[in-house]
Design a binder for this molecule. Structure first.
Ligand code: PMP
Length: 406
């Protein structure tokens, strides 16, 4: 498909509005992405025409929505190149997916003294669930350090692995620095010791095509809302062999085959892990979001986002008093920076008054901020629908910020 930025921007109604009488410049895509009209239409269509509880419904609407829901599962399996749709579990989001694995894998496979390895570059969502498990089981949580340029120090991984290591959980892309981690190498090292690996793909999925078979990861998690789909829906990919062995995460309707007061027989995969009424409308809209992304094409996405990343980086570096935090060799379109002596929050508030949406603070990665000895940063994060003109507006506003705060 030809990349026509004007046409693409028209697909996203939220981009075409003013805030404080200025055109919105939305540079907070790592927090959540805006939604194309096809996704909004899918939600509207679901609630105006299809709304009904899925599975086991004898009536027309239930059959329609069940079909659309299960078609999405098939398409997500194709999107990730999973072996089959039994390996795709719908969740509330990436956080929910990680909690599912920590809880369920943990219940079955982690005992006192066992070790879990994460990295110092993780989002709190890939730290806290493992801490809860550690405390529950008297296990040990080990952390791979990062290097000064904001990369996971893979060479330290071998030193951390012991016969007690039971799982490694690592992000594909860092949400605070944009680092693309060499997860293929980490998975290879882990598998040479027979250790399974969970990948937190929240920040990778909108930028990088993911092939779980090629990666050979055991678990891959992402949220719909980071890839132009609605909030409240997420995906857990897991190798079937793990899902077969893991106990259910939650009990309730849908995840059962037969219930008596003595005993419950659990449903088959993937339903064993989907207790209760799911966000069917959100799942069906996720299907539209994935189709939209594939139609634009990851090559086009990378091309546009790399131009934006390179241009903004060069322009920011023209300022002696601006420091970019994290300079990894491979990164997605995220830039974290600090302006000398200026508090990130003040910078964000002033940028907001110029219509520019950025994120400020620790970005749910307090250990990363601790490493750099910073209370927080200003983070800009581009999507393919951002433009070079928006970078000009940002640079103009940064000059104003500096005049006002210095
Ligand atoms: N991991 C990473 C790297 C993230 O950026 C995020 C979201 N900021 C999450 C996990 C959690 O995603 P969610 O809040 O959508 O569950």
């Amino acid at each position: 498909m030809e990349f026509d930025i004007k046409a693409i921007r028209k697909d996203f109604p939220a981009l075409n509005q003013n805030v404080y009488n200025k055109p919105l410049v939305y540079l907070d895509n790592a927090a959540t992405t805006q939604k194309p009209q096809c996704v909004i239409d899918a939600i509207t269509n679901y609630y105006s025409k299809q709304n009904s509880n899925i599975h086991r419904g004898t009536h027309y609407l239930s059959q329609q929505s069940t079909y659309a829901y299960e078609e999405t599962r098939k398409n997500v399996a194709l999107f990730l190149n999973a072996d089959n749709e039994k390996e795709i579990i719908f969740t509330k989001g990436c956080t929910d997916s990680i909690n599912l694995v920590a809880s369920s894998f943990g219940k079955k496979f982690i005992k006192k003294g066992d070790e879990i390895i994460i990295s110092a570059l993780e989002h709190h969502s890939n730290i806290v669930p493992w801490q809860i498990l550690r405390d529950d089981k008297n296990a040990v949580l080990k952390v791979i350090p990062i290097t000064n340029n904001g990369e996971i120090d893979i060479y330290k991984l071998n030193d951390l692995i012991t016969p007690a290591t039971k799982i490694i959980a690592i992000n594909h892309v860092s949400n605070s620095l944009g680092t693309i981690n060499d997860i293929k190498k980490i998975i290879k090292i882990a598998h040479s010791y027979n250790i399974p690996v969970l990948i937190d793909g929240a920040q990778a999925i909108p930028h990088i095509p993911v092939n779980v078979k090629e990666l050979d990861c055991d678990f891959y998690c992402f949220s719909g809302h980071k890839i132009y789909a609605p909030m409240g829906v997420g995906v857990l990919y897991a190798k079937e062999k793990w899902l077969e062995e893991m106990p259910p995460y939650q009990g309730g309707g849908e995840m059962i085959k037969n219930v008596t007061f003595d005993k419950t027989i659990y449903n088959e995969l993937p339903f064993k892990f989907e207790a209760g009424t799911p966000n069917a409308g959100g799942v069906i809209a996720l299907n539209e979001a994935l189709k939209y992304v594939l139609n634009i094409g990851y090559d086009n996405i990378a091309k546009q986002e790399n131009i934006l990343l390179k241009t903004a980086t060069e322009k920011l570096l023209q300022h002696d008093d601006i420091k970019i935090i994290g300079t990894p060799s491979l990164k997605t379109s995220i830039i974290s920076f600090v302006i000398n002596k200026m508090h990130h929050y003040d910078v964000g508030v002033i940028l907001d008054h110029y219509g520019i949406a950025v994120r400020t603070g620790h970005h749910c990665t307090q250990p990363v901020m601790d490493y750099y000895n910073l209370p927080g940063t200003v983070r800009i994060s581009f999507a393919f629908y951002n433009t070079l003109e928006e970078i000009d507006i940002l640079m103009f506003a940064i000059d104003k910020v500096k005049q006002m705060l210095s």
